[in-house]
Design a protein around this ligand. Structure first.
Ligand code: CAA
Length: 299
């Protein structure tokens, strides 16, 4: 039976080489997943060789960890290492048939990246964005072929979280959508189709939880108490542990997007942006439990 919103999988295009634009933590995590599950060449790029190297070394470290845990044998690990390459030259994306970006969460930046990529890839290549809350249609509006663009939104930590939100715009072709659903299945993830609406499905809820938790702190409740109050609810982690996991800047950005689109339903926490500027705003005990704010955050 087809998942809700999934097109006929026979329309899916083969994915024999994957291009990843951005070599930050999210992009590096899913680059590793692509190479591990699809066993095809994966090329990653970023704005500098230094960033590319950082992404590559994260991937190599994670492969070494999988090997140490016995999840990969030496041959398997070496095969993965050989399949992942880095470049600063977008021309190396020419033979990619699935290109996904996780660059800075700003529509203009993503548009620029895709416009450049479109010059290099074949007209058949599928383009995907890992945006967590921006309009996929708007990102694709500058493309000569917006039908090939689809949202493909992973969750952190990518290796563990089972969901990918597949976002369809009014222009997304059935081929692009089918390729996204089949690729998600090959990655052993659960794909759910989402409308191209701010926050898609999950971030609408998470932005509420994170935002209201932050506002409870703005109102004067200590951070450790807000975190502790969530513990009996059975969530895998409290709201501040989650913000810390996804990144304070990402959380602040998602909040801004939701407030901009739904000003009557979402309200910004005054502190989220300030805390996002700090390296590590939270203090934790030896067991990793949140005990309060770091000294810098208290100022
Ligand atoms: N990277 C890779 N693997 C990780 C990881 C990470 N950051 N954190 C944990 N794992 C792995 C561990 O290696 C372990 O794997 P094995 O069983 O193979 O050894 C497994 O996950 C379980 O880890 P732990 O036993 O250490 O910890 P846990 O059971 O407490 O689970 C958790 C940790 C999976 C992070 C869990 O707390 C959880 O599910 N938290 C909620 C995460 C969540 O909601 N994510 C969505 C965030 S929103 C988002 O990403 C989208 C956005 O646009 C903002």
């Amino acid at each position: 039976k087809r998942p809700v919103g999934a097109p006929d999988k026979k329309l899916a295009r083969p994915v024999s080489k994957v291009g990843v634009i951005g070599a930050g933590l999210m992009a590096s995590q899913f680059a590793l997943l692509f190479v591990r599950r699809l066993q095809v060449p994966v090329v990653i790029t970023d704005v500098s060789q230094e960033r590319v190297d950082k992404g590559l070394s994260y991937i190599r470290d994670e492969i070494a960890k999988l090997e140490a845990k016995g999840r990969l044998d030496a041959d398997g690990a070496n095969r993965l290492r050989a399949l992942v390459t880095g470049t600063t030259d977008k021309a190396d994306f020419a033979d990619c048939d699935f290109v996904i970006e996780a660059v800075f969460e700003e529509t203009g930046v993503k548009q620029q990246v895709f416009q450049e990529i479109e010059k290099h890839v074949s007209p058949e290549a599928i383009l995907a964005t890992n945006t967590s809350s921006l309009s996929v249609e708007e990102i694709g509006s500058v493309l000569s072929n917006p039908e090939r663009l689809v949202g493909f939104h992973f969750f952190n930590p990518v290796a563990v979280m089972p969901l990918i939100e597949v976002v369809k715009t009014p222009h997304t072709s059935e081929e692009a959508l089918a390729t996204a659903f089949v690729t998600a299945k090959n990655l052993r993830k659960n794909a759910i189709g989402s409308a191209d609406a701010p926050g898609f499905i999950v971030n609408r809820l998470l932005a509420k939880v994170m935002g209201e938790a932050a506002r409870a702190v703005d109102d004067g409740t200590p951070v450790a108490d807000v975190e502790a109050a969530f513990a009996p609810l059975g969530l895998p982690m409290g709201p501040f542990a989650l913000i810390d996991l996804v990144g304070w800047k990402v959380a602040a950005h998602v909040q801004d997007t939701m407030v901009r689109h739904f000003p009557h339903r979402f309200h910004a926490s005054a502190n989220l942006h300030r805390l996002a500027e700090l390296d590590a705003p939270l203090e934790r005990d030896k067991k990793g439990r949140i005990t309060g704010w770091s000294k810098k955050a208290q100022k």
